[in-house]
Ligand binder design. Structure first.
Ligand code: ZN
Length: 607
């Protein structure tokens, strides 16, 4: 095993030789015998357990890298719009587009069914002779195919840590994950199946992500949909048989109704395994093929984010640098796929609690917005990030919709708005991206008049025309609006008055903590952070007197922020020069200041 970059650094003479070897390999359809052993290692799966991934020999990897453009060109030709594993496509965006299709279908009262097909051990049940036949039909570059087959069928050996297992010799019915060719092989094998499926209803072709096939079908009547579902299922069954593959028993038909159950029964009778369910994950995004909201997948992710947050906090206690894990760990993982159905406000609040729980202020009543803004930067705050991602996804989705889809979406949008107004302006409980986007636009404080026309409060309008510049402008405006909404919310916290004016500046506080650390006042610098995030509160009105009294002066004065900072006679005993210098400022504070800008006068944040 050698890194390809080191291979590229070889002197010219050696590279020339390597080039000759490449040439010879392609001309004779052979590879050096040392190449014929693949090392398998284990990789953890998202859903638990592990799968193997192959480390192929360096020469072979270099050879495939060399022919990469040729393979990509074939991919571009062989794969159609339905394949979201293609370079430059996003499986999430494709799933959100399917969710919109379902949402539109449900809104106009059509019959919606969703078939999710799953192959059993896909890579390990591919027969090379059949694969060869399918690839030849599609003009796959022959030399690459032969060399690929040679290496894929070579003996394998499992490595765990530093130990090796026994050599596995018979690998005819399997291709390896971890090779440049594997995706192309999978694509080639299923190409005909996908093509046949896409004619069941040309308006609703099947979508593919490697071996995951996701097919949304819509019918105007119950019997029309039933007919389509059976037809599509039968095609899958026949093709899978022809390709000598096996369907996993996880294949699912949504939603669970009398009709879909009848469809499943018909298909099962033909040996095509499919079960009905109320909900199922489609490339990690939860779907129900109905208007019923199911958020268990997202909730499970948030729960996982909570565990991760706690672990991160333990690491941060050892090394403060570990807080970087929060952004890539908790923040990036917990909301995955939320754009398809929308994250409710409760879910957003749980997510930000998980972010807060990685900081020293976890579990305290300190202001979450300030904690996140101070520690990670305001953009990490789920109250801002989640609706912003929703709006961004909508902009991309809308730009890619057809005329019919736009027409349908306008209708869905209006229906949602009616429901919103009818409910007394409560956020919608949504199972689709249109409803979720309405919620996000409302959260920014705007009015979502149409899918492509949103009004600001101050009379300005945003028209989504699909131009790149509009996307940037809209995102920038949404960002600002969401920031100001989040800080408005934060201003309701104790000593938060002043934050409602928008994003506050932490610059002075950052300078001060830096200065304190530099001069050896580490404890004081830490205390400043706690003051800043609003950790200290006034005693509750019902707190018994002896507990609420100031412990520093013994004057039976309530230990409010105001007393501690501005009135306590004990402040005279502070002798360090740098803290005494602020005494002049203390006298400037007026009653009006305390009410209007308590965040500045009690927490030191410049609003
Ligand atoms: Zn006092």
């Amino acid at each position: 095993m050698m890194h390809l970059r080191r291979l590229a650094c070889l002197p010219d003479v050696a590279l020339e030789r390597l080039g000759l070897l490449f040439k010879q390999s392609i001309a004779t359809l052979k590879v050096p015998i040392q190449e014929l052993l693949n090392i398998l290692t284990l990789l953890g799966k998202k859903s638990g357990g592990s799968r193997t991934i192959a480390i192929m020999a360096s020469f072979y990897r270099a050879l495939m890298k060399f022919f990469c453009p040729e393979i990509r060109a074939w991919d571009a030709e062989a794969a159609s719009f339905w394949d979201s594993a293609l370079a430059g496509s996003s499986s999430l965006q494709a799933a959100v587009a399917r969710a919109l299709k379902i949402e539109n279908g449900c809104a106009r009262g059509a019959w919606v069914g969703h078939e999710l097909w799953d192959m059993r051990k896909f890579y390990d049940s591919i027969r090379l002779p059949i694969l060869c036949e399918e690839l030849s039909k599609l003009n796959f570059p022959k030399p690459l195919m032969v060399i690929g087959f040679l290496v894929h069928a070579a003996p394998r050996i499992l490595r765990v840590g530093t130990s090796f297992g026994p050599i596995i010799h018979s690998c005819k019915n399997s291709i390896l994950a971890g090779c440049q060719l594997s995706c192309s092989f999978a694509r080639g094998l299923l190409r005909e199946l996908m093509q046949k499926l896409s004619v069941v209803d040309p308006e609703h072709p099947c979508a593919q992500h490697l071996d995951d096939m996701s097919h949304v079908l819509i019918g105007e009547t119950e019997s029309e949909l039933k007919h389509k579902l059976v037809k599509a299922g039968t095609i899958v069954g026949q093709e899978v048989k022809r390709l000598s593959l096996t369907l996993a028993d996880k294949s699912t038909l949504l939603p669970k109704t009398k009709m879909t159950e009848a469809v499943a029964e018909i298909l099962n009778a033909q040996g095509i395994l499919i079960r009905t369910a109320e909900t199922c994950d489609d490339v990690g995004v939860q779907m129900t093929a109905s208007t019923v909201r199911r958020a268990s997948t997202l909730n499970a992710r948030i729960a996982k984010g909570s565990l991760r947050g706690k672990r991160t906090k333990a690491l941060v206690a050892v090394n403060p640098e570990a807080k970087k894990l929060t952004v890539v760990g908790t923040c990036a993982v917990q909301p995955y796929g939320h754009q398809a159905q929308g994250a409710s406000l409760t879910q957003q609040l749980s997510m930000r609690k998980n972010v807060k729980s990685t900081t020293p202020f976890a579990g305290s009543s300190a202001c979450t917005t300030t904690v996140i803004g101070w520690t990670y930067g305001a953009n990490v705050d789920p109250l801002i990030k989640i609706p912003l991602e929703q709006i961004d996804m909508w902009l991309q989705l809308w730009a890619g919709t057809t005329r019919t889809e736009r027409h349908d979406t306008r209708f869905t949008w209006q229906k949602h708005l009616n429901k919103y107004i009818g409910s007394g302006c409560k956020p919608l409980s949504t199972m689709g991206p249109a409803g979720a986007t309405i919620n996000a636009v409302l959260q920014a404080g705007w009015r979502p008049a149409r899918p492509d026309l949103w009004h600001h409060v101050d009379g300005l309008s945003l028209h989504l025309d699909g131009k790149p510049f509009t996307r940037f402008r809209t995102i920038a405006a949404a960002h600002e609006a969401l920031q100001s909404q989040a800080w408005k919310r934060a201003s309701k916290n104790e000593h938060g008055a002043g934050l409602e004016t928008g994003i506050p500046s932490f610059a002075a506080a950052r300078r001060a903590t830096k200065y304190l650390h530099k001069h050896g006042f580490h404890k004081q610098a830490k205390a400043l952070e706690f003051v800043l995030v609003g950790f200290f509160r006034d005693p509750e009105p019902d707190e018994p007197g002896h507990k609420a009294w100031c412990k520093r002066c013994g004057k039976k004065a309530r230990a409010t922020r105001r007393h501690t900072v501005y009135e306590c006679p004990d402040n005279e005993n502070i002798s360090e020069e740098i803290f005494r210098r602020t005494n002049a400022v203390l006298k400037e504070a007026t009653e009006e200041h305390f009410v209007l800008y308590s965040v500045l006068w009690f927490r030191g944040i410049i609003p």
